[in-house]
Design a protein around this ligand. Structure first.
Ligand SMILES: NC(=O)c1ccc[n+]([C@@H]2O[C@H](COP(=O)([O-])OP(=O)(O)OC[C@H]3O[C@@H](n4cnc5c(N)ncnc54)[C@H](O)[C@@H]3O)[C@@H](O)[C@H]2O)c1
Length: 362
């Protein structure tokens, strides 16, 4: 088992990573003198019912709320139902909420925890690869509003995160790829050694379908280092976590969310590397190396159906930009990131064309 300490301005907490870490969770809450609401993904409950029932039945002070984790259910209506559940069961500020599921459950339950009675304790038990390597750490919580993702939210750090690798065994291949997309970005967040390590471990994960706690721990450490220095995205450093994401969100919107977020991130990072090469931020030979190093990542060919003009339109209206100018996070080499780079839309269009040519050949 690995243990990582995350030290943010607002809170310090541990992230435990390993096989059967859930039993540590059960042990930690052996005799709580407070109530705990487990907010659970319905799929996770169906697939891991015995383990979850064992927990719920073992103690009186456990309460349960489940929902289908869809972006449609990541909304204020759902948070209202959870507030009512808490209130009906007399939850007070000394009680706690646990998110047991992927990023959707984590974001919704975290937002409820941040806002119910001005904040009650919050624990994360992430069950997808994406939520383990990314969303369960860092304190971003929130819901979608008027069709805009994560428009309403709060920064609210958990008390502890339990990343139990056993949950990952039931993930579909698509969900594994979705997590792989976020892992891809971590290759560029530190030095060459980290780049190689992430590249090799990610290739192994996809070919052998074995989840390596060292890889997951490495990603969490990288995310923690960024969050510790810019908890609330004030200095801009936290933006490095958005590598490939402006492209990715535009692909998702242009394709009406027919592809997984991580699949879009994979395409988005490749597209960002192409832009970097065109702007002479990276050399031709480095560019070719980075692309060939990561072309083992599965490509969703639906991306080829996206209309470049509408991708560009979505990029111009990205919520992180202003004045309809395209602004990107780019990497010049592993460990050297550039944020807020304004890029001409004609160059973006050329880059998309080149991306599609690469994707046609794989
Ligand atoms: N807060 C953050 O910092 C942050 C960062 C990245 C993404 N996000 C958010 O996270 C969400 C995406 O997270 P996600 O990809 O985990 O999505 P998710 O929670 O929807 O889970 C994806 C799918 O996997 C299923 N699932 C979950 N655990 C499973 C398991 N162990 N076995 C089998 N199936 C399982 C779910 O039922 C769902 O169908 C988005 O809403 C995104 O905005 C938040």
């Amino acid at each position: 088992m690995k243990k990582i300490e995350v030290k943010t301005e607002s809170k310090s907490y541990e992230v435990l990573i390993g096989q059967n870490v859930f039993s540590q969770f059960v042990q930690d809450f052996n005799k709580p003198d407070f109530k705990i609401l487990v907010v659970c993904d319905k799929n996770v409950y169906r697939l891991h019912r015995t383990r979850i029932d064992d927990l719920l039945n073992s103690k009186e002070n456990f309460y349960f709320y489940s929902f289908n984790s869809t972006e449609r259910n990541k909304n204020l209506k759902n948070t209202e139902l959870i507030y009512k559940h808490l209130f009906k069961n007399n939850f007070s500020r000394k009680d706690a909420i646990v998110a047991l599921g992927g990023g959707i459950v984590g974001d919704v339950a975290g937002f409820v925890a941040a806002t119910y009675m001005r904040g009650i304790s919050f624990y994360q038990v992430p069950t997808t690869l994406l939520s383990m390597v990314d969303s369960s750490v860092g304190g971003k919580t929130g819901v979608n509003f008027i069709e805009i993702k994560n428009l309403i939210g709060a920064f609210y750090q958990p008390e502890k995160v339990y990343a139990d690798l056993n949950f990952l065994e039931t993930l579909s291949p698509k969900e594994i790829i979705s997590g792989a997309g976020e892992i891809f970005k971590y290759a560029f967040l530190a030095d060459e050694e980290n780049y190689l390590l992430i590249r090799n471990k990610l290739a192994k994960l996809l070919s052998e379908k074995k989840f390596d706690e060292n890889l997951i721990a490495r990603c969490i450490k990288l995310k923690a280092a960024v969050v510790e220095n810019d908890e609330k995205e004030l200095s801009g450093l936290r933006k490095v976590l958005n590598l490939g994401h402006t492209f990715a969100h535009a692909f998702e919107s242009a394709l009406k969310f027919q592809i997984k977020h991580g699949e879009a991130v994979i395409a988005g990072i490749f597209a960002s590397l192409i832009v970097s090469e065109k702007l002479d931020i990276i050399s031709k030979s480095d560019f070719q190396k980075y692309v060939s190093d990561f072309l083992f990542l599965p490509v969703n060919k639906k991306i080829l159906n996206s209309d470049t003009d509408s991708v560009i339109e979505f990029m111009k209206s990205d919520k992180k930009t202003s004045d309809r100018k395209i602004k990107l996070v780019l990497a010049s080499k592993p460990g050297n990131m550039l944020i807020d780079v304004f890029v001409d839309e004609r160059l973006v269009k050329k880059s998309l064309k080149e991306l599609f040519e690469i994707f046609r050949t794989v």
